[in-house]
Design a protein around this ligand. Structure first.
Ligand code: C5P
Length: 255
């Protein structure tokens, strides 16, 4: 069902606010994402509480560390009972393999459900200039594909990528059931308006896309083959969050 494909990013500063969003939207969407802001503010106890209330949680902490540390942190994510969590594919094959193996082992031994482990490729806020700044000469799409192929080879269950790269990943990553999770969703009218803008206007796009640079509408992302859409500000900043979600779902139905 399309509603199961929507993951709402709980990008807020306090547990009380997050609880309210979950209460409002739990019947409307498939899962909720707890990222760095809320996790730092409300901690693992909030993750546990949310999981225990029957919510599917995507723990978006983007682990990137030495293999041993990333794997041990990942084991703790599994013990929290999250449905999905992620690591940076840029952490390399050894880190991803250690993560997968340790999580599998602990889940089998402790009789836990295996979470889906997803690799972050290139953040949707990054563009070619961002990559150049940190010494990566590849174009964003080349870099995304390289990391997606590496993640697939290591046995990760999927990747986070911008909706603009879905087709390329599907065409070049053969693994069956490889999941594509896409943030960078902005509403249809805004992305169309964006296309008509001049280069300078698009560069100065905080008015429509916030810090996201590789965006698409929900409908386009689903049509391109996204398994899950992560949506934050377009829902959170709406005066009526339920209507905002329903509007996105109606748009997606026509994909
Ligand atoms: O508010 P917005 O819809 O841009 O939120 C997107 C969410 O997805 C944020 O929580 C952000 O941290 C997350 N994310 C992302 N790009 C990635 C991975 C996660 O934007 N590559």
């Amino acid at each position: 069902m399309n509603k199961d494909k929507i993951i709402v990013a709980l990008d807020v500063a306090a547990a009380a606010e997050a609880r309210q969003i979950v209460a409002d939207l739990r019947g409307e969407v498939g899962a909720f994402k707890i990222g760095l802001q809320l996790f730092t503010a409300a901690g693992a106890s909030f993750v546990r509480e949310t999981v225990e209330s029957g919510i599917k949680v995507f723990l978006d902490l983007k682990f990137h560390d030495i293999p041993n540390t990333a794997a041990r942190a990942s084991v703790e994510a599994a013990r929290l009972g999250v449905w999905m969590f992620n690591v940076h594919a840029l952490g390399g094959a050894e880190m991803m393999r250690a993560t997968i193996e340790n999580v599998r082992e602990v889940c089998e031994r402790e009789n836990l459900i295996q979470p889906k482990i997803i690799g972050v490729t290139v953040l949707t806020s990054a563009n070619r200039e961002t990559l150049r700044e940190v010494g990566i000469a590849a174009e964003p799409d080349e870099q995304v594909l390289r990391l997606a192929q590496l993640a697939a080879k290591c046995g990760l269950h999927g990747v986070v990528a911008s909706p603009r790269e879905i087709k390329m990943i599907r065409a070049n990553v053969g693994e069956k059931n490889f999941l594509i999770v896409t943030p960078g969703i902005r509403n249809d009218a805004e992305t169309k308006k964006d296309g008509r803008k001049t280069k300078d206007e698009r560069r100065n796009k905080l008015e429509t896309s916030d810090d996201q640079k590789r965006v698409m509408s929900a409908k386009e992302a689903i049509a391109a083959g996204a398994d899950y859409l992560v949506i934050g500000r377009p829902i959170l900043q709406s005066a009526d969050r339920i209507s905002a979600v329903r509007k996105i779902l109606r748009e997606v139905e026509t994909a």
